[in-house]
Design a protein around this ligand. Structure first.
Ligand code: AMP
Ligand code: GLY
Length: 455
């Protein structure tokens, strides 16, 4: 079966790499792809994800049996609907269902309606009432642009002045785009550890995947500006079986059923960004696609044929995989290597050394994100997030050590990365040991020891 993967990031390289392992895979096309998708045997085709018509005509002409749409923008723009209407089989939600990610107002109202635990919020479509509202809030609050803003339309505000500034930037200055800033959500800032919980969804079937943890901030210790994601590991021990079962019941089931009842059923990956607060888990956001970089460690661990699995989602046969998806028991850690300056301005075209040596280490796979092959046949940087160096290990510490061993073999001008991926789990307090038996009052103690006298 010919397959088309739409996108060009690390997530898409991981999808291509895994799909190519299926004995049923024919030609795997990637549009537009990167140097890594090409090196791993995909046929890169220079069509951008926004070119709906060209992509569809290409897929029909090449007799593509399954289209896998990686990023949110084409999903929110209706690429899946357009392709399905022309007879293609597509993994990914319709435009209506993609609103769970494409509109924060839609997502929050859906959560309120479906009784999904999330931060209290208010929606505004004019700056004046929003300004009045934030005067009386307890701080910090979070102000969010309604529409897609490449992860940047979320502003945490410590005081009223910052909230007023955020409202101005989003609604008046339209810094994140005209449509994205037409409405805003204002909500309480939640505190805790963040977890990415993804589930395959098709018809009534919900198949939760092992929990991952992303690292959004640019620098070690969660300092610096937010990025698309600086690294991830899987499984995240914070995603205990009990937590995942609770989230399935409290988040995924009501969300999927409410969407189905509303005639915008979800099909594809539903990704819940969850904050583990002291009051219990709360959903921060939904995404309508695989996470990046979560997909890299996740797919490193998947043993089941990905083509079979994604096709079952597209065919509404996902129930056939209930309890049958197999995972490598070893954890995986992915460290993202970035261009100097990212997430701000950065240069591209820097030659990258050492990828082959890193890839040759046992248990290591280097997923490409912003890379391309230049006219001298060198792999050069071509984006902010450049590579996702991913490694399996017998335990999380070993996976982390192996990933960083591979990272140290790679170099390009300006390269930077976080050195603490997975540390939250590694440094988490071990489960409390049973308390020591209380010390007995002196009169019951044996001379020279604490133990009570026998009898
Ligand atoms: P969103 O696009 O809504 O998920 O926001 C992007 C990121 O902003 C999340 O992954 C969180 O790190 C952060 N964030 C969003 N909402 C909140 C909130 N209510 N409290 C704390 N952090 C938040
Ligand atoms: N890793 C965050 C995202 O994919 O949105």
């Amino acid at each position: 079966m010919n397959i088309l993967v739409v996108g060009k990031g690390g997530r898409e390289h991981a999808l291509v790499w895994k799909l190519r392992q299926s004995p049923r895979a024919g030609t795997v096309f990637c549009t537009p792809g990167n140097a890594g998708t090409a090196r791993d045997g995909a046929t890169n085709v220079a069509i951008e994800p926004g070119e709906t018509d060209r992509l569809t005509r290409f897929a029909v002409r090449e007799q593509v049996g399954l289209v896998v749409i990686g990023p949110e923008d084409p999903l929110a723009g209706g690429l899946a609907d357009f392709m399905r209407a022309r007879g293609l089989k597509v993994f990914g939600p319709s435009k209506d269902a993609a609103r769970v990610e494409g509109s924060k107002v839609f997502a929050k109202e859906l959560m309120r309606h479906a009784d999904v635990p999330t931060a209290d919020f208010q929606v505004f479509d004019h700056p004046a009432p929003a300004r009045t509202y934030v005067e009386t809030r307890d701080y910090p609050v979070v102000v969010k642009a309604d529409g897609l803003a490449a992860g940047k339309g979320v502003v945490v505000c410590r005081d009223n002045a910052e909230a007023l500034q955020a409202i101005r930037r989003i609604m008046t200055d339209e810094e994140f785009g005209k449509t994205a800033g037409r409405k805003i959500v204002v909500e309480k800032r939640l505190d805790g550890e963040e977890l990415s919980v993804l589930a395959l969804v098709s018809g009534r079937t919900i198949l939760p995947l092992p929990a991952c943890q992303d690292h959004k901030a640019a620098q070690d210790g969660d300092k610096g500006p937010n990025t698309g994601g600086m690294g991830a590991y899987c499984p995240a021990p914070a995603g205990t079986p009990k937590l995942l079962a609770d989230l399935e019941e409290a988040v995924f089931v009501p969300t999927v059923h409410t969407m189905k009842r509303g005639r915008y059923p979800f099909q594809g990956v539903l990704y819940a960004g969850v904050m583990l607060t002291n009051q219990g888990p709360r959903v921060l956001e939904f995404n309508c696609r695989f996470g990046d970089p979560e997909t890299q460690p996740l797919l490193m661990r998947l043993k089941t044929d990905l083509l079979d699995l994604l096709e079952a989602v597209a065919d509404e046969r996902l129930h056939e995989f209930d309890g049958k998806v197999e995972w490598d028991p070893r954890p995986a850690v992915c460290v993202v290597l970035c261009s100097g300056g990212y997430p701000g301005k950065y240069e591209t075209g820097k030659p990258i050394d050492g990828i082959a040596a890193a890839d040759a280490l046992p248990g290591v796979k280097v997923f490409h994100a912003g890379t391309r092959v230049d006219d001298r046949d060198r792999v050069v940087t071509d984006g902010g997030r450049v590579l996702g160096v991913t490694a399996l290990g017998d335990d999380l510490a070993a996976a982390k050590a192996r990933a960083y061993e591979a990272v140290r073999l790679i170099g390009f001008a300006g390269m930077h990365y976080r050195t603490d991926i997975a540390d939250k789990a590694l440094k988490a307090k071990p489960p409390a040991l049973p308390a020591e038996p209380p010390k007995l009052p002196a009169k019951f103690r044996r001379p020279g020891g604490d133990k009570p006298a026998a009898g």
